[in-house]
Design a protein around this ligand. Sequence first.
Ligand SMILES: Cc1cc2nc3c(=O)[nH]c(=O)nc-3n(C[C@H](O)[C@H](O)[C@H](O)COP(=O)(O)OP(=O)(O)OC[C@H]3O[C@@H](n4cnc5c(N)ncnc54)[C@H](O)[C@@H]3O)c2cc1C
Length: 272
Amino acid sequence: MARPETPDPAAARADGAAAPAATEPGHEVQHVRVAVIGSGFGGLGAAVRLRQEGITDFVVLERAASVGGTWRDNSYPGCACDVPSHLYSFSFAPNPDWPRTFSGQSDIRAYLERVADRFRLRDHLRFNHEVLGARWDAGRPAGRWTPARAATAPTCWWPPAARSDPSVPDLPGLDGFPGEVFHSARWDHDYDLRGKRVAVVGTGASAIQIVPKIQPQVGRLVLFQRTPAWVMPRMDRDITPAERWVYRRFPAAQRACAPRCGGCASSRSGPS
Ligand SMILES: Cc1cc2nc3c(=O)[nH]c(=O)nc-3n(C[C@H](O)[C@H](O)[C@H](O)COP(=O)(O)OP(=O)(O)OC[C@H]3O[C@@H](n4cnc5c(N)ncnc54)[C@H](O)[C@@H]3O)c2cc1C
């Protein structure tokens, strides 16, 4: 069981005000056995395992309006996994229909939506339920978490990576910068980059995907990097209809392919 970082709801509010109590009128409180926080890969995977263990008395509390986590929030040009798709999937839900060896954000997001349907998770999902903190009430016979106004549960599970807020560096002058500024995880698709002078800050895994996509459109592109990274060809390609047919028909073929894909990736991707 992973404990949330903020043990007290009152402490979790940015404005310092106490969060509403679990029993506040107008807020329905559901008592469940397990509360899972977040519906990215981590939360959905936990939810499937709970069902597989025969536990159906649980909720998945999600602050957004749909599942997907990282793959819902990141939609920048070129967004894709950098681990081969045959490996970047749940072992219990291989996907024979990955379109590319390193599939894109929309395919991964659609895959997670299908996982939610296929493993009958919809009834457990509570969207627009942001967990502001959690409180362990040891006074109860078996103890009880209150992870949000929406639920209490003896077990509360928070995926380790589920702190997916973009981290904007505290650069002096950034607030007053007159041009357009946005984080890759909150891409402004309405902003037309064509012909513009663009600065990309950082050469992490996202910038490595963004730069080749936008460079042909923009007027001038400057990439700022503090520490150079090794960047090597990803060897991305379409997975042919014939290959997909084989994976559908013979799932063992996809399983056999996965470790070899991993070998290709790790030998080619370098410390990006
Ligand atoms: C662009 C990008 C590419 C990546 N590519 C790869 C890759 O190729 N291979 C790899 O292994 N990893 C990759 N990662 C890492 C990726 O984040 C993880 O693989 C995985 O998706 C993390 O899943 P998660 O469920 O733990 O967290 P997330 O996907 O971040 O999901 C967390 C969920 O919790 C919700 N949430 C957060 N706080 C609260 C709250 N207080 N109350 C309610 N809900 C909340 C969020 O809204 C979100 O839906 C990549 C990450 C990014 C950003």
